[in-house]
Design a protein around this ligand. Structure first.
Ligand SMILES: NC(=O)c1ccc[n+]([C@@H]2O[C@H](COP(=O)([O-])OP(=O)(O)OC[C@H]3O[C@@H](n4cnc5c(N)ncnc54)[C@H](O)[C@@H]3O)[C@@H](O)[C@H]2O)c1
Length: 329
């Protein structure tokens, strides 16, 4: 059996792994369980060949790597390894995988739910309905309401963006996508029309952000892009707050011209007296679009499959490659 360690928050393994999944791991790996480096003896570190990492685990920095001379693989049960692993991991040829593909599923589900609610103007209607009995006045106030014949813009044909596209095209939406890395064939297969950033915001009444936060995408959605959005439009952000000029968005939200669904904010959480919290046309959720509760088993299942592939000498299903580092979410 391969000497290995689970390195994550103490309560996480039971949520990630079903009894069957845990049994599959235990068949292949001689597993230690660590929540911090202090739990690992020098001898255990020296023999460990594989780490199964998860939320709450300490960073694998250059110093820790030096103590792990036999390490050959890191199987991360979460989505993002950007803050977890020192670049020296890749330099040493250590195989890295993540469960970002499994984590994209609930984010796409959440996004589709929010698109459907936004298309029906549910947020604003529900807020007004608290204070009026006149249902008719509410309905006539929203002539553009409805999910028929609607154009949705996706920023990023990322793992999440692609799943959202697949789900929404099945529901009959017209889809635009801005992604400098998306080629025409790929766009056709996805059922999206590739457009410039400006056209995305000018033509879609609902725009959903799915790009990773990188030096190229930081602040990509600014005052100019938001000003292009049609009146009554909705911006959905499940990606990262840094993609967006939140203050510029606030101006449009305060005036009631746009609505927003924000699963990520800057800072996170927003202070209780933050003006975004007061607005009836804004839905703020506490970074819950990614895997929660029952969805964690999907992350664990993907990790178990990656461990099996590694032990069997098969290539990884979802490698995190060194050349992808600049794009990492
Ligand atoms: N809210 C949550 O709980 C949650 C959970 C998971 C992921 N996320 C976020 O969702 C976003 C998507 O995650 P993912 O795993 O699908 O990302 P990903 O790693 O698949 O994204 C990489 C892709 O983004 C696209 N991209 C790169 N630069 C771009 C640019 N300038 N403009 C448009 N597209 C560009 C490219 O197609 C690239 O291949 C990320 O921001 C991630 O942090 C949030």
């Amino acid at each position: 059996m391969l000497p290995a360690a689970l390195l994550m928050r103490a309560d996480l393994p039971d949520q990630l792994f079903s009894p069957a999944g845990r049994a599959r791991l235990d068949r292949l790996l001689a597993l230690d369980t660590w929540t911090s480096w202090a739990d690992a003896s020098p001898t255990a570190l020296r023999r460990t060949e594989l780490l199964v990492t998860g939320w709450g685990c300490p960073r694998v920095g250059a110093a820790e790597l030096a103590d792990l001379p036999r390490l050959r693989a890191v199987v991360h049960t979460g989505g993002s390894v950007k803050d977890l692993l020192d670049p020296a991991v890749w330099a040493r040829g250590i195989r890295v995988t993540s469960s970002a593909r499994a984590n994209a599923v609930p984010v796409a589900d959440y996004t589709v739910a929010m698109v459907l609610l936004a298309g029906k103007n549910v947020l604003a209607a529900a807020a007004r309905y608290r204070h009026t009995l006149d249902r008719r006045a509410l309905l006539t106030g929203y002539p553009e309401t409805g999910n028929a014949d609607r154009t949705v813009g996706l920023l990023g044909a990322s793992r999440v963006g692609r799943l959202v596209a697949a789900r929404l095209s099945g529901l009959g939406f017209r889809l635009l996508c801005h992604d400098p890395y998306l080629d025409a064939d790929d766009a056709r297969r996805l059922g999206v029309r590739p457009v410039s950033l400006d056209r995305l915001f000018a033509e879609a009444s609902i725009v959903s952000l799915h790009a990773p936060l990188t030096p190229d995408t930081a602040g990509l959605v600014g005052a100019a892009e938001l000003a292009l959005m049609p009146d009554g439009g909705t911006l959905i952000n499940t990606a990262r707050a840094g993609l967006l000029d939140q203050d510029a968005l606030l101006v449009h939200l305060r005036g009631g011209r746009l609505s927003a669904v924000l699963d990520v904010t800057d800072p996170e959480p927003l202070p209780l007296d933050h003006p975004l919290r007061e607005l009836p046309n804004v839905l703020i959720t506490p970074h819950v679009a990614g895997a929660q509760g029952t969805e964690l088993r999907r992350l664990g299942d993907q990790a178990v499959q990656e461990v099996e592939r590694f032990v069997d000498g098969r290539p990884p299903a979802d490698p995190v490659l060194a050349e992808r580092l600049p794009f990492l979410a």
